[in-house]
Design a protein around this ligand. Structure first.
Ligand SMILES: Nc1ncnc2c1ncn2[C@@H]1O[C@H](COP(=O)(O)OP(=O)(O)O)[C@@H](O)[C@H]1O
Ligand SMILES: [Mg+2]
Length: 347
C-alpha cells in the first residue's frame, strides 16, 4: 500500500529536537514534505545549520522512517536555516545592517548612532543594538546612560523592551554590564549576551536594525552571520593604512563561504580636516587614497566621507548625535549616507 503523507507525519512525531525538548512536527520544523511511492523528501528547518543537531536529527529521521516503512525507501532531507525562510527571531526586522570596523577608535559607534538617527529622520522605523561589549558607547551617544530598558512578559517568558530616543529603539550590553566586568567574559558568554539582545527583546517591526559590532573579527561576527539574516555591512575606517588593513580583514571574514554577509560599502571617517577659519580648505592630515584602494579591491562603493569636526565628538559626548542638527553640513552628509545605502540595498 502506498505510504501517505499523514502516515509520514505521524512517524516523524517520534523524532525529537532535543534543544527545544519537543518533536520536529510540533515544532513546525518539517516543510515541503513530498511522498512519492517509495520516496520521501522534505525540508527540515533548523535554528542554524552549523550545529550538531543537523546531522543528528537528519539521521534520526531516516532511521525512524526506514524502521517504519522498510529499508528500501529513499529519504531525502534538505536542512534549511530559519533565517533563510524569514522565520525565527527578528522576523519583524526587514534589514539588519551591521556596522563593523577593523579596530577601535575609528568612529564606528559614532557612525552607527548617526546612521540610525538619519534613517529615523528619513521616516524609517529604526533600532540600534550596541554589541560592542568591550566598549559599549551607544548609551552615551544617545544620552541614556544609566537608564534601564523595560521588561514585558509573554507566554511566561520575559522580553526586554528597548529604550526609545530620537525615534530610535535602543539596546546596549552597556545597560547590563560594567565594561570592566565584560573584559573577563568568555567568548561563549559574550555570544549568549548578544543573542539575548537580539532574540529576547521586543524589537517589533523595524525597517532597519543597526548593529554596532565589536571591532575586528570575532565570535559575534560569526554568530551574527550564521544565526541571523544580515542585509549587509557598512565598513568604517579612517584613512590610515593601519586602519584600512584591519578593516580589510574584517571585510574578508564577511565574505567567507561560511558567512557570506554582503558588504554594502565603506564609510571613511575622519577623512579630512576643515579648519573653522577656512571652511573651504580640506586638509588630508591622515593621508588620502587608502579607503579608495580598499573600495576598489573589494569592489564596493565609498558611501560617505566624514570630516574631522569638533562638533561630531562634542555632540556624541553630550548624547545628541550630530545627524539631528539640521543646520549642520554633517547632518546632510549622514542623510546622503542613507540615500547611498538605499541605492546599494536596491541593487
Ligand atoms: N569625524 C569625527 N570628527 C571628530 N571626532 C570624531 C569623529 N568620529 C569619531 N570621533 C570621536 O572619536 C572618538 C572615537 O569614536 P567612536 O565612535 O567611539 O569610535 P569606535 O566606536 O570605533 O571605537 C570619539 O570620541 C568620537 O567622538
Ligand atoms: Mg565604539
Amino acid at each position: 500500500m502506498a505510504i501517505t503523507k499523514q502516515q509520514v507525519i505521524n512517524v516523524l512525531k517520534q523524532v525529537i529536537f532535543f534543544a527545544k525538548q519537543n518533536n520536529i512536527v510540533d515544532l513546525n520544523m518539517v516543510d515541503d514534505l513530498v511522498v512519492k511511492e517509495d520516496e520521501i523528501s522534505m525540508a527540515v528547518i533548523f535554528p542554524k545549520l552549523a550545529d550538531n543537531s543537523v546531522p543528528i536529527v537528519s539521521n534520526s529521521i531516516s532511521k525512524t522512517l526506514k524502521a517504519e516503512f522498510g529499508n528500501h525507501i529513499l529519504v531525502d532531507i534538505t536542512p534549511v536555516a530559519e533565517k533563510d525562510r524569514g522565520l525565527g527571531p527578528l522576523s519583524g526586522v526587514k534589514n539588519i545592517i551591521a556596522v563593523i570596523a577593523g579596530k577601535g577608535g575609528v568612529g564606528k559607534s559614532t557612525v552607527a548612532a548617526n546612521l540610525a538617527v538619519a534613517l529615523a529622520k528619513a521616516g524609517h522605523s529604526v533600532g540600534i543594538l550596541d554589541a560592542d561589549i568591550m566598549g559599549p558607547s551607544v548609551p552615551i551617544l544617545f544620552g541614556v546612560e544609566g537608564e534601564q530598558p523595560g521588561i514585558i512578559e509573554r507566554q511566561g517568558k520575559q522580553y526586554m523592551v528597548p529604550l526609545e530616543k530620537y525615534g530610535v529603539h535602543i539596546l546596549s550590553l552597556g545597560f547590563f554590564v560594567k565594561p570592566d566586568q565584560a573584559l573577563m567574559w568568555r567568548g561563549s558568554m559574550i555570544n549568549n549576551a548578544f543573542n539575548q539582545l537580539m532574540k529576547d527583546a521586543e524589537w517589533g517591526n523595524l525597517d532597519f536594525l543597526v548593529i554596532d559590532m565589536p571591532p575586528g573579527t570575532g565570535d559575534i561576527q560569526l554568530t551574527l552571520g550564521q544565526s541571523y539574516k544580515v542585509r549587509g555591512t557598512v565598513l568604517v575606517t579612517t584613512p590610515q593604512r593601519v586602519a584600512t588593513a584591519d578593516v580589510r580583514r574584517a571585510a574578508l571574514m564577511c565574505r567567507q563561504d561560511k558567512l557570506t554577509i554582503p558588504l554594502l560599502g565603506i564609510v571613511e571617517n575622519m577623512a579630512y580636516f576643515v579648519p573653522l577659519d577656512a571652511p573651504d580648505k580640506k586638509y588630508y592630515i591622515f593621508g588620502k587614497g587608502q579607503a579608495m584602494l580598499l573600495a576598489e579591491e573589494l569592489n564596493i562603493p565609498i558611501l560617505a566621507e566624514i570630516p574631522i569636526v569638533e562638533a561630531i565628538s562634542e555632540s556624541g559626548d553630550s548624547g545628541n548625535p550630530i545627524a539631528l542638527d539640521d543646520s549642520s553640513i554633517i547632518a546632510q552628509t549622514f542623510a546622503q549616507l542613507v540615500t547611498n545605502l538605499q541605492t546599494e540595498l536596491n541593487k
